[in-house]
Each structure stands twice: as structure tokens, then as C-alpha cells.
Ligand binder design. Structure first.
Ligand code: HEC
Ligand code: HEC
Length: 311
């Protein structure tokens, strides 16, 4: 019976450590920030507008910097040249209406620095300003028309990677995003495997040039996100992406204005590249516990039978 008592004590403490101590230590080490559920409650809701009027405004104001490939509007510059002018490549707007929350989009068009919470990077009198002009000279109805237009052209179903590219891909690389060695996501696009080393190096030089401009604009190079899903907790990622300032005060990363749904897609993408075996592993946990339990019982029985012979 002594073995049974020892077993019970061991099991008890294992469970306490598993469910109690680890999560407790974790919560003490990390600041807990409440998620706003990607509602952006401080930004007013946008009324349904006139998509046709919005389309005209977009063609007159936005395509000088942004591509809208789904509408046949190509990027006015290649990513590296764009980064020379703006510090970063302005994203394609084909699916902006689905990726970003409508009230955030309207607030961003009216005042990009304020909406994305990076006004501190462009203090008054510094001569610096956000690379995208503020359209607060437009009537709110016209901004609503633009938002309605962007929503009307957006695809209904976006893949996790499509959301990542338009929302994060201009700033963040993902070096494990590829099926074979040499493939990866870079800030200027998906690098495929080149046949000749010379072409591969030429591509890398373009990436470095882009990164230099991005570094100047951001103050530092945004980190590669390949394995961030393993390094940071879900609460950190959710609240950081919703509003980076809550977790890192003064950070250069803008709030991106994702909807809850597009945030989930971005996470799915980061999981796909950073932790592709997670679903399998999650399913494995219960089998491991079962294995341990059966093994323990067998060990106890075996020990008993050995001792019986000796007595
Ligand atoms: C002078 C160039 C320029 C013009 C004109 C311009 N933008 Fe931008 N826009 C940018 C740049 C640069 C960025 C990326 C800024 C960053 O990531 O810090 C951007 C980002 C965006 C984003 C992404 C927002 C986010 O949270 O990630 C949207 C949406 C957008 N612009 C919409 C528009 C719309 C709509 C118009 C026209 C009304 C417009 N832009 C006009 C340069 C421009
Ligand atoms: C305009 C550029 C820009 C965009 C767009 C952007 N980020 Fe960032 N991001 C940064 C910068 C700069 C940092 C470094 C912040 C710092 O250290 O202060 C960063 C840091 C991060 C970090 C690391 C935080 C940490 O300390 O662990 C995560 C995670 C992250 N970004 C996720 C995202 C995701 C997801 C998206 C798209 C939804 C995104 N970012 C879009 C610029 C950007």
C-alpha cells in the first residue's frame, strides 16, 4: 500500500504543477491587457455610402500610391522604389474593405497617424509626417463612400496568407514560409527558388535595400514573424496587434485595424508557418497522459511480483 500512497502524492503534485503553478507564473510575468475584440469603440461607425461615388474618389486620390490589382490598377512603383519614397510599400487595396474594420478604415483615411496610433512618431514642428496624406478635408460622407466602395470590391473569402500579405507583409518577413529551401516571404514579395544563384542574390539585394528604407522609417527592422506564435502568448498577440501601444509603449508598430475575423486569419497563417504540427500535438496530450497512467500501473504490478518472490 505504500506504493499506492506514493503514487497518489506524485500524481497530485504533477497535476498541481500542470494546472496551477505554470499558468500562475505565466500570468505574473506578463502584463495582462483586456482585448477590445477588434471593435475600435472610440472610432465612430460608418454609414453605408455610395460605392460608385467612392470608386471615383479612390481613382482620383489613392491610386497614385496604391495598387488595386483586382480592378486592373497596377502598383505605380515596384516595392523598393516605393520604399525609397514612403519608407514602406503601400499595400494593395483590392481587399482592404474586408481586412480592416470599416470604422477603423474611415478614421485611418481621415488621419492615418492618429488612427494607427503613431502620432508620437511625427511630432508637430519636426517636419516629419505620415507618408499617407490625411483626407480630413473630405466630407465624412465621401469617406463613407470610399469605405463602401472598398467593401464592395473585396473578395468574400480570403486565405490566411492573403490577409497576412496585405496587413503585415510590407513590414514583416517570414523566412520559414516556403515549401523548399530558399523560398520565403520577404517584405517585397514571396521569394521563389531561383535556378541560378546569381538571380537569388540579386533578389536578396533588393530585399536588403527595401529593409534599409523600412528601418529608417520605423527606427528598427520589424522582426521576422516565422516563429512568433511560439514566443508570445495568445493574449499578448491579440492585444498587441489590436493596439501595439498597450504592450509596448512608444513602439513604432502601427495599429493595423484588423477585423476580428482577419486577426484570426493572420493567426492561422502564423500557426501554419511557425507551428505546423500544433493540431497533431494538441491531440497527442491525452494519449501521453494515458500512456503514463498505464505505464505506472504496470510498473507497480511488476515491482510487487518481484518483491513477492524475495519475501
Ligand atoms: C502619397 C501616397 C499615398 C496616398 C495618396 C494614399 N496612401 Fe494609403 N498608404 C500609404 C502608405 C505609405 C501606407 C502604409 C503606411 C504604413 O504602413 O505605415 C498606406 C496605408 C494604407 C492602408 C493600410 C492601413 C492599415 O491599417 O494597415 C489603407 C487601407 C490605405 N492606405 C488606404 C488609402 C486610401 C483609401 C487612399 C485614398 C483615399 C490612400 N490610402 C491614399 C500611402 C498613400
Ligand atoms: C508599418 C509596419 C508594420 C506593420 C504593417 C506591421 N508591423 Fe508588426 N512590427 C512593426 C515594428 C516596427 C515592430 C517592432 C516593434 C518594437 O520593437 O517596438 C513590430 C513588431 C511586431 C511583433 C513583435 C512584438 C514583440 O515584441 O514580440 C509582432 C508579433 C508583430 N509586429 C505582428 C504584426 C502583425 C501580425 C501584423 C499584421 C497584422 C503587423 N505586425 C503589421 C511594424 C509593423
Amino acid at each position: 500500500m505504500r506504493e499506492l500512497k506514493i503514487l497518489i502524492v506524485v500524481v497530485f503534485f504533477s497535476l498541481v504543477t500542470y494546472w496551477g503553478v505554470e499558468p500562475f507564473a505565466h500570468s505574473q510575468m506578463h502584463k495582462h491587457v483586456e482585448s477590445g475584440e477588434f471593435q475600435y469603440k472610440d472610432m465612430p461607425a460608418v454609414a453605408e455610402g455610395d460605392a460608385a461615388k467612392g470608386g471615383e474618389l479612390v481613382m482620383a486620390n489613392c491610386v497614385a500610391c496604391h495598387a488595386i490589382t483586382s480592378q486592373g490598377v497596377a502598383a505605380p512603383m515596384d516595392p523598393v522604389t516605393a520604399s525609397t519614397s514612403y519608407g514602406v510599400n503601400p499595400p494593395d487595396l483590392s481587399n482592404a474593405g474586408a481586412i480592416f474594420a470599416s470604422n477603423y478604415l474611415a478614421a485611418f483615411i481621415a488621419d492615418p497617424a492618429k488612427a494607427s496610433n503613431v502620432s508620437h512618431k511625427f511630432p508637430e514642428g519636426s517636419g516629419k509626417s505620415h507618408p499617407m496624406p490625411a483626407y480630413n478635408w473630405m466630407a465624412p460622407e465621401d469617406i463613407a463612400n470610399i469605405v463602401t466602395y472598398l467593401k464592395s470590391i473585396a473578395k468574400a473569402e480570403l486565405t490566411p496568407k492573403e490577409v497576412f500579405i496585405d496587413a503585415c507583409g510590407r513590414c514583416h518577413a517570414a523566412r520559414y514560409d516556403g515549401k523548399v529551401m530558399g523560398e520565403k516571404w520577404t517584405q517585397i514579395g514571396q521569394k521563389e527558388k531561383f535556378k541560378y544563384e546569381k538571380d537569388s542574390l540579386a533578389y536578396d539585394i533588393q530585399v536588403l535595400e527595401y529593409q534599409d528604407n523600412l528601418k529608417k522609417y520605423m527606427g528598427k527592422l520589424p522582426p521576422d514573424l516565422s516563429i512568433i506564435i511560439r514566443a508570445r502568448s495568445e493574449n499578448f498577440l491579440e492585444t498587441f496587434i489590436e493596439n501595439p501601444q498597450t504592450q509596448l509603449e512608444g513602439t513604432a508598430m502601427p495599429a493595423v485595424g484588423l477585423t476580428k475575423e482577419s486577426y484570426e486569419k493572420v493567426m492561422k497563417h502564423l500557426e501554419n508557418i511557425g507551428d505546423p504540427s500544433k493540431p497533431e500535438r494538441d491531440g497527442l496530450g491525452i494519449w501521453f497522459l494515458l500512456y503514463t497512467a498505464i505505464f505506472t500501473v504496470l510498473a507497480v504490478l511488476w515491482k510487487k511480483s518481484v518483491w513477492k518472490k524475495l519475501h
